[in-house]
Design a protein around this ligand. Structure first.
Ligand code: ADP
Ligand code: MG
Length: 322
């Protein structure tokens, strides 16, 4: 019902960037090769995410806005083997309950659907001609939750959060072409040609990209790939360390620590590297159902993972120094 949607919204939708995150994750799960993000006033006025993914049928479109409506897991067993970014089935219902939302979607093989939802209530549904894919527009976010609206910071702060997120999504999915526009101006673009170093260059600049070392490591449980900056390239905080596990951007203290320890004495105290690390493992080894935002995860073999990452970074740094 509406109340529980609003309560869930409090957990899932903290600020405009949370909406952008959930919409992008859905587009990725839909198998998109292109994702466009349009924003007005850092998303406070408008957020629109368009993709070329599988789309939804008219029937599924309505279902998608019920809480716990997910097409992604069917039983409890699958909850322990999550392969998609979403699985809780509460993002769309939550977002729709605190905004004016319009969805246009089509599977490509029948006529598309357009639906408008205001504060969680469907106010209009009609056929629509749209190519395969989905376009979701979120306007007037938090219009009916004034306390949340008041807590939001300036356009400057909110666009910072969104850009950070879009950057990480583009790093996590170099096979997808991302475009981001703010107030009509294109502010980010990634080519979607599976060249991670090009995305790194797009975000951090040519100088940083030229100082990145390629890391590849394979152990029994983990495949690790990515780029790790030479110790010459350091930053004053950890926010330049991006961890991607099974395609999901996550935050994890243990892996960050393993990376830093891998540099051993090469990293000045209080300095942090630029790192983009992609770790793939059996979904059974991770628990992503820790928090609704899904950026925190738990690893069942944390110590082993720590050792593998630390050793891989250590070896790379030492090979370079020889
Ligand atoms: P979850 O992602 O956890 O399943 P959401 O509330 O984010 O839950 O989305 C509900 C459902 O709507 C998804 O399971 C999916 O079937 C459908 N959906 C949402 N966004 C898209 C999209 N961009 N393309 C295709 N289907 C989508
Ligand atoms: Mg989702």
């Amino acid at each position: 019902d509406e109340l529980s949607n609003k309560i869930a919204a409090g957990e899932v939708v903290e600020r405009p960037s949370s909406v952008v995150k959930e919409l992008i994750e859905n587009s990725i799960d839909a198998g998109s090769s292109w994702i466009k993000i349009e924003l007005d006033e850092a998303g406070l006025r408008l957020i629109r995410v368009t993709d070329d993914g599988e789309g939804m049928t008219a029937e599924d479109t309505e279902k998608a806005f019920f809480r716990h409506a997910t097409s992604k897991i069917q039983n409890e067993q699958q909850l322990f083997r999550v392969k998609t970014l979403g699985f809780r089935g509460e993002a769309l219902a939550s977002i729709a309950s605190v905004s004016h939302l319009t969805i246009r979607t089509s599977t490509g093989d029948q006529s598309g659907t357009e639906m408008r939802i205001h504060g969680g209530e469907i106010i209009e549904k009609q056929k629509h001609t749209k190519r395969r894919g989905t376009e979701i527009t979120v306007e007037n976010l938090f219009y009916n939750t004034p306390a949340r609206l008041k807590y939001l910071k300036t356009v400057h702060t909110e666009i910072g959060h969104i850009m950070d997120l879009v950057n990480r999504m583009a790093l996590a999915h170099d096979e997808i072409r991302f475009e981001c526009h703010h107030n009509g101006k294109r502010i980010f673009f990634s080519p979607g040609n599976k060249k991670l170093l090009q995305v790194i260059q797009q975000i951090y600049g040519k100088n940083v990209a030229q100082q990145m070392l390629s890391l590849e490591e394979e152990s029994l449980d983990y495949t690790i790939r990515g780029y790790v900056a030479k110790p010459e390239v350091t930053r004053s905080n950890r926010s330049y360390m991006t961890l991607i596990v099974n395609g999901r951007y996550i935050k994890n203290y243990t892996i960050n620590k393993a990376i830093l320890e891998g540099y051993h004495t090469l990293l000045p105290i209080g300095r942090f590297p630029v790192v983009v690390l992609k770790i793939d493992m059996d979904p059974y080894l991770i628990d992503v159902n820790v928090h609704p935002a899904k950026t925190e995860v738990r690893f069942s073999k944390e110590k082993e993972l720590f050792d593998v990452v630390k050793q891989a970074v250590y070896n790379l740094m030492h090979a370079q120094r020889l």
